[in-house]
Design a protein around this ligand. Structure first.
Ligand SMILES: Cc1cc2nc3c(=O)[nH]c(=O)nc-3n(C[C@H](O)[C@H](O)[C@H](O)COP(=O)(O)OP(=O)(O)OC[C@H]3O[C@@H](n4cnc5c(N)ncnc54)[C@H](O)[C@@H]3O)c2cc1C
Length: 398
């Protein structure tokens, strides 16, 4: 079947227009000078700036969420990349064809860049009763719900403040907790709105697990300054409307809860044949191809690549997605021309975590930054990601 797809002039198909998919499509277009026919498929006609979705205060303040998206037509208007809006329903690796919106799309090379979805780990009630910020519609729903909770807050009995529980102490949960705690809800919701009482439940893992100790120390200090209380070391075992149950029997009564406890591969990806990692991510060969399936790549959050030098799995970050996508773009062009793909190498550039009120904590090449340098770095990183997305330019920051 591979021969059929090749002989029929089938294109490179890129599934997903997130950080990984856009970078692959741009990279192939640039390196091949438009000679490799490329079809980029996404269910939305826009790229979502997912790394900025913790900004729920701004989302609550602005009617229009266009600032968090980039139209794909604009990104690729001067290229030969074809953008197709449709839901990817089926990936047939053997038949080298994908099903999109009821139609069949054959491919010669394939990049699977479908991102991730929230992982609820079977916790009862978590999917039904928590909000999330892993997608734009979820972040908008949360922003609206927060505004509503704050609008009603002057009517709460006595001195009670609205309580928001954020579950998950990784970067997403930390950034979100700080953002909610430091947003001026009196401007957005009601002049008499009461400050929210934000509780961050880190779960069994420590706060910002995996990030350098210096950064974590500053983040903890800035979270406290923002008024966020942290519950360490306890997993959430059940969620109901207005109640979060922890494993030691503690019940956190709240007005709203948010699930930031991790991500997993989408069902479509989990059901593909071949080796999968713990959260359903596709285990990839050193070239980022699926083992035994030449010219089929997994890139970004869907891929599980283990660094042969350290034995560590590369994290599900935009930084890693963009780095992987560059290697994949090079490999697609090389193999299209009869060459051989090269192995992926990853060097983590650093990390930066936003902590509300323009504050941040960062770590770059083992140097810890906080205060103004860290917040300038955060802004620079966001600008760089947006530029990478809009123009396909390599990101030089993180
Ligand atoms: C609030 C927040 C803050 C973050 N901050 C950072 C940060 O500061 N730095 C960092 O490095 N990482 C950060 N991350 C992680 C980062 O956003 C992800 O790792 C990154 O988005 C992964 O890129 P991707 O291309 O693999 O997936 P995505 O960017 O999620 O793109 C996947 C694309 O696939 C499309 N898609 C999915 N399923 C289908 C389907 N069936 N049919 C059609 N289209 C489909 C989606 O619409 C989407 O466009 C953050 C994440 C969140 C939620």
């Amino acid at each position: 079947m591979a021969g059929v797809a090749e002989a029929s002039g089938a294109p490179l198909v890129v599934l997903g227009a997130g950080y990984a998919g856009l970078t692959v499509a741009h990279g192939v277009w640039r390196a091949s000078r438009g000679a490799i026919p490329t079809v980029l498929v996404d269910r939305n006609p826009v790229h979502v700036l997912r790394t900025e979705l913790y900004e729920v205060g701004r989302l609550a303040a602005e009617e229009d969420s266009a600032r968090w998206t980039v139209p794909l037509a604009k990104v690729f208007d001067r290229t030969s990349v074809t953008c197709r809006t449709g839901l990817v329903e089926r990936i047939d690796l053997g038949g080298r064809v994908v099903g999109v919106g009821g139609a069949e799309l054959p491919f010669r090379a394939l990049a699977i860049c479908l991102g991730s979805v929230p992982a609820y780990y079977g916790v009862p009630g978590a999917a039904e009763h928590t909000h999330q910020v892993y997608g734009l519609s979820g972040a908008k729903r949360l922003a609206k719900a927060l505004r509503e909770v704050e609008r009603r807050s002057p009517g709460l009995p006595g001195e009670r403040r609205p309580r928001i529980v954020v579950i998950g102490g990784g970067s997403t949960g930390t950034e979100l907790a700080a953002e909610i705690a430091t947003t001026d809800w009196r401007v957005i919701a009601d002049p008499k709105a009461r400050e929210p009482d934000v509780v961050l439940v880190t779960g069994a893992l420590p706060l910002l697990d995996g990030l350098p100790a210096g950064l974590v120390g500053h983040a903890r200090r800035l979270l406290r300054a923002a008024g966020v209380s942290i519950v360490h070391g306890l997993n959430t075992v059940r969620v109901e409307d207005g109640r979060v149950y922890l494993e030691d029997g503690t019940v956190l009564v709240c007005d709203l809860s948010v699930w930031c406890a991790g991500v997993e591969a989408p069902t479509l990806v989990r059901e593909l044949p071949g080796p999968h990692g713990r959260s359903g991510r596709l285990r990839v060969a050193p070239t980022l191809e699926l083992p035994g399936t030449p010219n089929v790549y997994a890139v970004g959050d869907v891929a599980e690549w283990t660094d042969p030098a350290t034995g560590m799995v590369v994290p599900a970050t935009a930084q890693a997605a963009i780095a992987e996508a560059r290697t994949v773009a090079g490999n697609v062009v090389a193999t299209w021309r009869g060459g051989t793909p090269r192995p992926f190498l990853y060097r983590e550039r650093g990390a930066v975590v936003a902590l509300g009120l323009g504050r941040a904590a960062a770590s770059v090449r083992r140097v810890t930054l906080w205060g103004r340098p860290a917040s300038l770095l955060k802004r620079a990183v966001q600008r760089e990601y947006a530029r990478t997305v809009e123009r396909g330019e390599p990101s030089g920051v993180l």
